[in-house]
Design a protein around this ligand. Sequence first.
Ligand SMILES: [Zn+2]
Length: 307
Amino acid sequence: MSTKEEKPANIIVPRNWWESLPRKIYSKLERVETSQSWFEVYKLNANTYAIYEPYQFEETLSYLVEGDKRAVLIDTGDGIADIKRCVDELTRLPYNVVNTHTHVDHVAQNYMFKEVWCYDGPMAHEVEKAGYPNSKTAPMVGPGMTWKPLPRGFDVKKWVVPPYKVTKWLHDGDFIDLGGRKLEVIYTPGHSNDHVCLLDKKNRWLWTGDIFYTGGIYTYLPGGDLDQFIKSYEKMIKLFPEFDFLMPSHNEPLVEKEILATVLEKAKLIRAGKEKKYTEGTDGGEKIRRHQYERFAIITFEKQIRG
Ligand SMILES: [Zn+2]
């Protein structure tokens, strides 16, 4: 009797990726109950919440960040459940959305919000006008991508990211004043050309969007660039005196900043063609390489490598 042929290994999505969940950090955090089981909400301090989507492969994290007078929602997630309802249950402050960048898993529910702030980059203007079609959203819940039932009423066939209106375009060095708490906009291209980090000097946290998280970090997605990625890491590392912990947009919050120096070191070796161990795949007919390290991987186009 032959065993059933398994789906070939994919260099982006490991088979049965959910078997390694839950991640350790979550048992140390305070869980907050909300009305939708799709989201797990964690209170990181008196006025900061992580809104986590653990049942989909990307394990997207959005954040609600409150000051004394107002708040921001950092990114609007995958669009599978209702993030606006979730945030409205958590805060009474007026708030707006701030996007770390405009890939689909960060802007999916921007259209629900009146105030959306975003970095003034080329891709951000395109996505604002066009949103994303069903061909870009549907694969996010394709075979092997989720491990719990999708929320009742969710219809994958109708799932798109509608266009939305950006009400304020952000620039490098801008401050977002929440009252007694400020977030500084740090332009950090490399993963996408409209990507920002947000620096909270008061709490010594840096929101890193997708330029860093524990997991596979991509420079081959639309707007990605390995040279810019390296420059952005140098910029973040120069800011080490200002922060201690990272708040990434995927997988887990509160990561120690020192890991950024390791990513930079590896990225430089990869660019120079000196990292010979990798797995190979393709994306849109182009070769991509996955370099796996202990807590992260770097995934690049072969053509981004110099050596
Ligand atoms: Zn992302």
